[in-house]
Ligand binder design. Structure first.
Ligand SMILES: NC(=O)c1ccc[n+]([C@@H]2O[C@H](COP(=O)([O-])OP(=O)(O)OC[C@H]3O[C@@H](n4cnc5c(N)ncnc54)[C@H](OP(=O)(O)O)[C@@H]3O)[C@@H](O)[C@H]2O)c1
Length: 265
């Protein structure tokens, strides 16, 4: 596989205002890609765009919006169209989880997870696919090691990431004939804003030695360049992938339920 050609169009990164998405933005910028960055926090998006511009790269276009709101997708597509450039590379990174048993969860939070992690990712992909195919571009979908298991204590999040992985695998197969690379990035615990928002940022999360977001992002970018279907950064995360094929769910679920309860403590 050759390098991703930055001249074929814009790279759109969702969830670029923080964590893995911000690190992906830095890496794509270093590799000469023109960026369109979204996230909710306008100040952080602007600061990142300034930082990239200061490194003598083209200043990314930015749009701050909550992608779960009903009019967000038309707004984003209109802003992209207004840029006058097609989208060649789509990085579906925005996502969140929320810990807690379903009988205690707020329905709105759980539906929000489905909206962002599944609905927005799928809609954005479907809308931009013609442009991406025309550009012979690429799609990087950020899933999680949660995609390999059923996750009592964080059930909707785990299920949402299983969807992302399944969809991405099928897209990798379908789009190979169009010379479009599709890669799924499956990080494990990573140092970002994710754990705090999910309510799992207790001492156990720190004991799990979360990876640096820059390391995870670099692995994702390198995997996309190589046209890999699946990227799992780090040995412990690769081990959990292997275990998911060996250990029956009747064994893994009590362990995950215990882990989720402890992580909230
Ligand atoms: N960190 C981990 O341990 C871990 C492990 C496995 C997978 N992941 C996955 O990695 C991806 C990136 O998360 P992260 O770890 O980098 O977490 P993060 O630091 O919380 O970043 C999440 C990004 O998504 C954006 N976002 C959240 N809700 C949004 C909404 N409603 N509309 C638009 N943007 C929204 C955030 O924007 P604002 O900050 O501006 O709100 C932020 O830019 C997610 O899909 C997550 O599921 C994370």
């Amino acid at each position: 596989m050759t390098d991703l050609d930055p001249t074929h169009g814009l790279t759109l990164i969702t969830g670029a205002s923080n964590g893995i998405g911000a690190e992906l933005a830095r890496i794509f910028a270093r590799n000469g890609h023109r960026l369109f960055l979204t996230g909710r926090d306008a100040n952080r998006l602007e600061a990142l765009a300034d930082e990239i511009a200061l490194s003598r790269r083209e200043r990314p276009l930015t749009l701050a919006l909550d992608l779960t709101l009903p009019d967000a997708l038309p707004q984003l597509l209109a802003a992209l169209a207004h840029s006058g450039e097609r989208c060649a590379i789509l990085v579906n990174n925005a996502g969140y989880g929320q810990a807690g048993r379903l009988n205690q969860a707020k329905a709105a939070d759980q539906i929000g997870i489905i909206t962002l992690n599944i609905k927005v990712l799928t809609e954005l992909t479907l809308h931009l696919l013609p442009q991406i195919i025309a550009a012979r571009g690429a799609i990087l979908n950020v899933a999680s090691t949660a995609a390999f298991f059923s996750g009592p204590g964080m059930a909707v999040y785990y299920a949402s990431k299983a969807y992302v992985r399944s969809l991405s695998d099928a897209m990798h197969y379908e789009l190979a004939g169009h010379q479009v690379r599709v890669t799924t990035l499956c990080p494990g615990p990573t140092q970002t804003g994710f754990a705090e928002r999910a309510g799992i940022d207790g001492p156990l999360f720190k004991l799990m030695r979360p990876m640096a977001a820059s390391y995870v992002a670099q692995a994702g970018y390198a995997g996309l360049v190589m046209g890999k279907r699946l990227v799992i950064p780090g040995l412990s995360n690769k081990a959990s992938f292997l275990l998911s094929h060996i250990v029956p769910r009747s064994w893994s679920m009590p362990l995950i339920a215990w882990l989720q309860d402890k992580r909230q403590a």
